[in-house]
Design a protein around this ligand. Structure first.
Ligand code: HEM
Length: 423
């Protein structure tokens, strides 16, 4: 609860939104409550200068060539999920289950393996701790605001500090080990941490070993923590809403499956085939429009700026309501609230008629999501494998209740009936 006067502006006009994304780079004032510092800092929370310095160093980790190299890792995690589901089938080849926790686990598995390579088991433990930290932070924030409360050693606050220490020291250990291996001339692994550390060293060397240029170990720790928060729930919710909606629209499920079999047959999905999945891509775009994982973004104006004809003074908080714009009838037409992937059949700019910034599930401009290609390839791998093995429909126990817990999640899970395909 905030009692102070923060001037806020919400922009709905796509032209103004584009202007704002291009001109206001500072994130919502970070760490208004110091408890949130224990949860996550890193790229997504930094203002101007620090952000651009880090973004440059992290960029190579998300280069499409690197994602290509990570494809076998995506396959291992997705294949594990398929095997688990196959193991749950009853004798008639079907099973009823809540797919939501499985998809969350899948994405967390992918992010642990791609972030930490051989230290994946330890990485997974760290990410479990971060999950707990997120719950503790939500619990702490739900309390009415009492000045000074956050400094009291309540059980929640004590546990948050413990978790923070554990996460930091475990990550430090992984990073130190990796740095020593790099110094000893061992080949760095092609995981996000290895690529990030290499890119950091290159940056420091290019500036005559000036340590002020690159990232510190603490910075690297924060970025590793961020990969989990930025990449986990977002991709899991994209997958869960896709499965729910394709259960409701069996014709689209069948079209997607047909395409997957046309491109890959019964074989393991490969990188080149991924870019030929047109129907699957249209479906993902439509899900990202209707069930936007991050429903709104915020920016803080640090220096007075002109957006369209409006002058915004320093200190104003600007809200960019992604979800509302995605559902606007004036932009998307009378069927704005309906599932119609056909609108993306000629790409994103044609779908919005005007090429304006009216579809931006990953944000827009210089701060656009660094992991968007990573997420799309991961989601395609998961959906392709699921469609090759199962058909699915809603269980009678399914209750539709999208609710925002940072991302747009299914409040009561996603209870589906899976049937093994007879091929
Ligand atoms: C469907 C999946 C995803 C969605 C919808 C999504 C959405 C977003 C959005 C809306 C932003 C904020 C952009 C802005 O402030 O303008 C963002 C930033 C970011 N995302 Fe994603 N994201 C997804 C997946 C991922 C994945 C898989 C990763 C990493 C593994 C990732 C890493 C990041 C990072 C590091 C940032 C901060 C970028 C910066 O400030 O420069 N995201 N994402």
């Amino acid at each position: 609860i905030w009692f102070g006067p923060i001037p806020r502006v919400t922009l709905y006009d796509p032209e103004l939104i584009r202007d704002a994304f291009n001109k206001i780079n500072d994130f919502q004032k970070p760490n208004a409550n110091p408890l949130s510092k224990l949860l996550v800092r890193g790229l997504v929370t930094y203002d101007g200068e620090k952000w651009s310095k880090h973004r440059k160093i992290i960029n190579p980790a998300f280069n499409i060539e690197k994602i290509k190299i990570m494809l076998p890792i995506f396959f291992i995690s997705c294949n594990d999920l398929i095997s688990q589901w196959e193991g749950m089938l009853s004798s008639d080849g079907s099973c009823e289950l809540d797919v939501w926790p499985f998809l969350q686990n899948l994405v967390s598995d992918v992010i642990s393996r791609t972030s930490f390579g051989s230290s994946y088991e330890e990485g997974k433990r760290i990410f479990e701790l971060q999950k707990e930290q997120a719950l503790l932070t939500t619990k702490a924030f739900m309390k009415a605001y009492i000045p000074g409360w956050r400094f009291l050693p309540t059980p929640t606050h004590r546990r948050m500090k413990e978790v923070n220490q554990d996460v930091k020291s475990s990550l430090k250990e992984i990073i130190n080990k990796r740095e020593q291996a790099m110094k000893a001339g061992e080949s760095t692994e092609n995981d996000l941490l290895g690529i990030l550390l290499e890119s950091n060293h290159k940056e420091i060397q290019e500036h005559g070993n000036n340590k002020d240029v690159g990232m510190t170990i603490d910075d690297v720790i924060e970025e590793c923590k961020l990969f989990y928060f930025a990449g986990q729930e977002t991709t899991a919710v994209l997958l869960v809403w896709t499965m729910v909606v394709l259960s409701r629209y069996p014709d689209w499920q069948a079209r997607a499956r047909e395409e997957v079999f046309q491109v890959f047959g019964n074989q393991k999905p490969d990188f080149d085939g991924m870019s030929r999945l047109k129907i699957v891509t249209m479906i993902f775009y439509e899900i990202l429009r209707l069930y936007t994982p991050v429903i709104s973004l915020a920016r803080t104006v640090s220096n007075s700026v002109k957006i369209g004809n409006i002058t915004l003074p320093a200190g104003v908080q600007v809200t960019l309501p992604i979800g509302l714009v995605h559902h606007d009838r004036e932009i998307w037409g009378d069927d704005a609230k309906e599932f119609n992937p056909e609108r993306f059949s000629e790409g994103i700019s044609k779908a919005t008629n005007d090429g304006k910034v009216s579809f931006f599930p990953f944000g827009w401009g210089p701060r656009i999501c660094i992991g968007q290609n990573f997420a799309m390839v991961e989601a395609k791998m998961a959906l392709a494998l699921i469609l090759q093995k199962f058909s699915f429909e809603l269980s009678p126990t399914y209750t539709h209740a999208p609710s925002v817990v940072v991302t747009l999640q299914p409040k009561h899970g996603a209870h589906l009936i899976l049937r093994k395909l007879k091929i």
